[in-house]
Write a protein that binds this ligand. Structure first.
Ligand code: MLT
Length: 263
């Protein structure tokens, strides 16, 4: 089912009586990056994904976003759908939103799944790279930014094996509203550091990372695993920064095994 909640495009699959899993996508992607998880997991779980404000089919509005507003958007969906306790699964920027949401109200979630993400805020080098990205979009256009930013997110092997996914991810990223993409970059640049909170996470947590992730490589995710007491860690072979897209079978098996054991 597809609908709009608070200007956000929301897609669901599966039986609403089952345990809900809310999937939060990465940048500059959209809800469809979770299609393979919907296919594999909606038999047993109520799968929910949405387009983050400004991206995909969600409204752009005034394009003045913060990570805090992204977290509030997530809770607006949770409240509107009357979800008592969800499993929250975020990739990269979706992971930043998920970590802040759990920091804000851990009791609203049964479990946390973090894919290819980090807890630290941007350092100065990354802030300057974000500024450069905004400048590039202003001068050369969104397509040029996407052509430079998205290909390295994939593992080299996966590019060749999975040309269709690779090409469609790039094509979809070029369809976003450039204002929404630039505003997402500023929201990431100004986000808080959730590292001190990691040791306070009490809900079962699964950390997944692509073996060839160059942005948030396995040691970065392992460090998060070591700080969260009740956490499990998996490295997806043949995957870069977009493990759920690049190796959906591994990711789905890890998620369903973890949830069956832990909730
Ligand atoms: C993402 O995959 O969501 C972004 O690349 C994360 C980031 O740029 O920090």
């Amino acid at each position: 089912m597809e609908k709009y909640i608070n200007g956000l495009f929301v897609k669901t699959a599966g039986n609403a009586k089952n345990q809900p899993i809310i999937f939060v996508h990465g940048f500059p992607l959209d809800h469809s990056m979770w299609n393979k998880q919907f296919k594999g997991l909606s038999k047993d779980y109520y799968c929910i994904s949405y387009d983050i404000r400004g991206l995909g089919k969600s409204h752009v509005g005034d394009a003045q976003y913060t990570m805090e507003a992204f977290k509030d958007d997530l809770f607006s969906i949770i409240e509107d759908m009357k979800i008592e306790k969800a499993v929250l699964c975020g990739l990269s920027m979706g992971g930043y939103i998920a970590l802040r949401a759990v920091e804000f109200a851990q009791d609203r979630f049964n479990a946390l799944i973090l894919c290819d993400t980090k807890a630290e805020a941007d350092n100065d080098i990354t802030k300057l790279a974000r500024a450069g990205a905004i400048n590039k979009i202003n001068i050369e256009g969104l397509a040029s930014f996407v052509d430079g930013f998205v290909p390295p997110l994939f593992a080299e092997e996966a590019n060749k094996e999975n040309k269709t996914v690779f090409n469609s991810t790039i094509d979809k990223a070029k369809q976003h509203n450039p204002q929404g993409v630039k505003a997402s970059l500023l929201a990431m640049l100004s986000r808080t550091n959730t590292t001190p909170f990691l040791k306070k996470i009490k809900i079962p947590t699964l950390l997944l990372v692509g073996a060839q992730d160059k942005l948030t490589p396995p040691p970065v995710m392992r460090a998060i695993h070591e700080k969260i007491k009740d956490s499990e860690f998996g490295v997806a072979p043949r995957a870069g920064h977009l493990a759920p897209l690049e190796n959906p079978k591994f990711v789905n098996d890890m998620i369903s095994g973890f949830l069956k054991r832990r909730i």
